[in-house]
Design a binder for this molecule. Structure first.
Ligand code: PLP
Length: 395
């Protein structure tokens, strides 16, 4: 008999009932160190007092009104995002994949209005992830996500990750945009080198294309800059955001330049919930912390500490781990043993990590992780590695 919850997930047999900072408490009382943060969502950790306050204050006044009316909290969050980024304008969604939908629509509408309606194609890369909506799965294009769901939304050209020549060769009079994650998340914490992001920006300039960056996972302070593309000193035309921006409240956004957004006039797009007062009140509180230079400096400092400890763990367990990669608090441990076994051994040692492609485990802890938490992370990952080693020895 089919379970009452549609069985599309492989769930670990863990039931977390409470969160405090970087810790999750299981129904049986055990405390788990959370190095997953709900897949890079709980940017300020669990039950952060400022977020609890923002949510409960707003909840006592007004939850939802629809976008038929002005929403001051939405205006305030848009103003903050515009102030701190390349963007001139923001549309609010409820998830990453909805941000992907709008990014695609915006790019097409831009060229349609410029009387270049043939420019509809978007170049994307293997290993990418842009969500589970029809545009999202067609954009990423992997068989794992698309098989059985055809006909897929057309207009995506899939290239090999890191193949710049391939990009130049793939551009035709139909190309509208390049869509890329500055650091692939689901793909296994694969950063695009700064020089390559710069080159893609230049290719877009030279060929009249829009650059769409998917910062759903790597944005909102995760890499130690407010947005990951800042490391490369470039800016996109359109950027997809979600995950961390809501700190756990379902919230997403599309940020754009005035030029790229010029086709999106009244009536061209909308959302019932997107940008509602509750979500935006929480989003404002997240931004007030994450956009502070001191906060980002701390993310970078903690990243250094964590990486150093991880190098030690790798050196002690060369049969389990190969290398650490990524930036800020978006780190990947490339495994030699099976990454799924490492994640499971983590559960046994009360540390939560997230598997990714390329046999990687992702460490995406709350950005508010403390030094004590970092020490715990190393010791628990070490214990998990030891367990995997003994499993390998008896296998
Ligand atoms: C998670 C993710 C998405 C999809 O976000 P949802 O909120 O699950 O729809 C899109 N792009 C990237 C890079 C992501 O990590």
């Amino acid at each position: 008999m089919i379970p009452s919850v549609l069985p599309t997930y492989n769930r670990a047999p863990l039931q977390f009932v409470k969160g405090e900072g970087a810790w999750l408490i299981e129904a049986d009382g055990r405390r788990f160190l959370d190095l997953g943060a709900g897949i890079a969502v709980n940017a300020l950790g669990h039950a952060h007092p400022a977020l609890v306050q923002a949510l409960t204050d707003q909840a006592q006044n007004l939850w939802h009104v629809s976008n038929l009316y002005e929403i001051p909290q939405q205006q305030a969050l848009a103003d903050k995002l515009v102030e701190h980024t390349f963007a001139d304008t923001v549309f609010f969604t409820n998830s990453g994949t909805e941000s992907c939908e709008l990014a695609v629509k915006m790019a097409r509408k831009y060229f349609y209005d410029k009387e270049q309606p043939e420019k509809v194609e978007i170049i994307t890369f293997d290993g990418s992830f842009h969500g589970r909506s029809s545009a999202g799965i067609a954009a990423a294009g992997s068989e794992k996500m698309t098989k059985g769901f055809g006909p897929l939304l057309g207009g995506f050209v899939h290239l090999t990750f890191g193949d710049l020549d391939g990009v130049t060769n793939a551009i035709t009079e139909n190309t509208a945009a390049i869509m890329i994650e500055p650091v692939q998340g689901e793909g296994g914490i694969r950063p695009v080198p700064d020089a390559e992001l710069k080159a893609l920006r230049q290719i877009c300039e030279d060929n009249d294309l829009l650059l769409i960056l998917d910062e759903v996972q790597c944005g909102v302070g995760r890499t130690g800059k407010l947005f990951a593309h800042e490391w490369a000193g470039i800016a996109p035309d359109i950027m997809m955001v979600a995950k961390g921006i809501g700190g756990g409240f379902p919230l997403g956004a599309v940020l754009a330049t005035e030029e790229a957004a010029s086709g999106m006039v009244a009536g061209t797009h909308g959302s019932t919930y997107g940008g509602n007062p509750l979500g935006c009140a929480v989003g404002c509180a997240v931004m007030d912390h994450v956009a502070e230079p001191e906060f980002l400096a701390e993310v970078n400092r903690k990243s250094g500490l964590l990486r150093q400890k991880l190098e030690g763990v790798i050196a002690e367990h060369p049969e389990v781990f190969e290398e650490v990669r990524g930036s800020g608090l978006m780190l990947g441990l490339k495994c030699k043993a099976s990454n799924i076994e490492v994640v499971n051994a983590g559960y046994d040692n009360q540390v939560v990590t997230v598997p990714a492609a390329d046999n990687v485990i992702r460490l995406l802890p709350p950005l508010t992780l403390t030094e004590d938490d970092i020490a715990e992370a190393a010791s628990r990952l070490g214990a998990a590695a030891k367990q995997v080693e003994s499993q390998l020895a008896t296998a």
